[in-house]
Design a protein. Sequence first.
Length: 305
Amino acid sequence: MEVLLEEIIEQCAPYKALGKPASYIPELAKGDVNDLGMYIILSNGQTFKAGDYKKPFSIQSVVKPILLLLALMDHGMEEVRKKIGVEATGKPFDAINVTDQSLQNLHINPMVNMGAIAMCTMIKGENYDERFQRLLDLTRHLAGNPAIELDEAVYLSEKRTGNKNRALAYLLKSYGLIEDDVEDVLNCYFKACSIKVTCKDLARIAYVFASHGKMPITEARIFPAEYAHFVNAVLVTCGMYDGSGDFAVRVGVPAKSGVGGGIMAVVPTRMGIGIFSPGLDEKGNSLAGTKALEALSKRMYLSIF
Ligand code: GLU
């Protein structure tokens, strides 16, 4: 298996430089396009890795399924469904989804920025520091890695330049879809995106979604299976931004990408996969990372369709 991964990394090497690191967050522009790594955990707990799998990167939008999970754990399915919609947007991740002068909560998808900002308000906690800490704790727990920390430089870079997200959050506020102080909510969102992870962390988190809420090896249940069904379904339809349809055809598994270059792919009942390569395609998905997943899916018949 490790030979297969090495082969895929080599075969996808020419695609690394075709992508571009995100530059709208200055700190992310420093990403090295030569990086490509992957890590896999099978349902029997076996792990396989290749390439630059040890390199840390910021989780970015891959945190969105975790935010959604925490909202589900804190409020249950019914309350979460009142707050956000689950329809694929067909729009880029920072789209302002306002039509006919109206913005309704069912327009807000938790896999795009507006929905994720709204999800931050659903985390329970006395204040936004506590809410972020609970999200970080859940991320560490799912990844089995208590050393996961915030990337302070990425956080400050996003906070300084994230004016479009600021606009989205104020729009939510103006339509009464969030009640709390906008800057507090945004700080929580920016910090959430700036959590520093590796391919291994993403593979472990993906594994828990793949096993419908159970940890590797110990099989300890972290959350009810129905939450995994919910999150995995949303990932299939909109986890890869407005490239989700193309990804479903080419790879065919629930997955979430982030503009840091990470992809978390969930192969229900079979495996969790973490991939990293910072060069992005025009939709904001890791270009070589998607190619590598496509090759892996073909070789191992991973598509769920
Ligand atoms: N922090 C990024 C933003 O809000 C996340 C985008 C992404 O990874 O899709 O712009």
